[in-house]
Design a protein around this ligand. Structure first.
Ligand code: FES
Ligand code: FES
Length: 169
């Protein structure tokens, strides 16, 4: 006799500092969990095939394409989305840098770029221009152009490397 195949599973995950327990279908994506179950619509979905980076979130500090990652694999992890970056009314230095450099137009790609930049600067606070380009390589923008985005990440890197407020995040 074959055992029944599980179609849902319970996960316990910390999202932006909040403990969440949820029964999730095994094919539910992380983006669907965040946007449809938890109301965290800052994470955007565009290509749905791990090509554009719009859906990037951090799982245990690592950038992940939430459009293809499965929610059932989040059990026991910590997830950070763009909603979890600001401390009250204080924006994260990467968010401030994007504003200062006018690094967005429609903004659809922005949460993905911002989360990738946060991961980069957490890993490599003094990121070089080449490292910034390499890390941002998987994120696509259709309207701003990449120069202001690169400027923003460079600005944020300079602040982070100087022992700026990033150190308090
Ligand atoms: S929507 Fe996930 S990579 Fe494009
Ligand atoms: S700001 Fe519009 S797609 Fe990047």
């Amino acid at each position: 006799m074959t055992s029944p195949v599980a179609t849902s599973t319970v996960i316990r995950v910390r999202v932006n500092g909040r403990d969440v327990e949820a029964l999730v279908p095994v094919r539910l994506t992380v983006a669907e969990l965040l946007r449809e179950r938890l109301g965290l619509t800052g994470t955007k979905v565009s290509c749905e095939m791990q090509v554009c980076g719009a859906c990037t979130v951090l799982v245990d500090g690592n950038p992940v394409s939430s459009c293809t990652a499965l929610a059932c694999d989040l059990d026991g992890t910590e997830v950070l989305t763009v909603e979890g970056l600001a401390q009250g009314r204080d924006l994260h230095p990467v968010q401030e840098a994007f504003m200062a450099a006018n690094a967005l137009q429609c903004g659809f790609c922005t949460p993905g770029f911002v989360m990738m930049a946060v991961a980069l600067l957490d890993t490599c606070p003094a990121a070089s221009a080449d490292e910034i380009r390499e890390w941002m390589d998987g994120n696509l923008c259709r309207c701003t152009g990449y120069a202001p985005i690169e400027t923003a990440v460079t600005l944020a890197a300079a602040r982070t490397d100087d022992g700026s407020p990033e150190d308090d995040q």
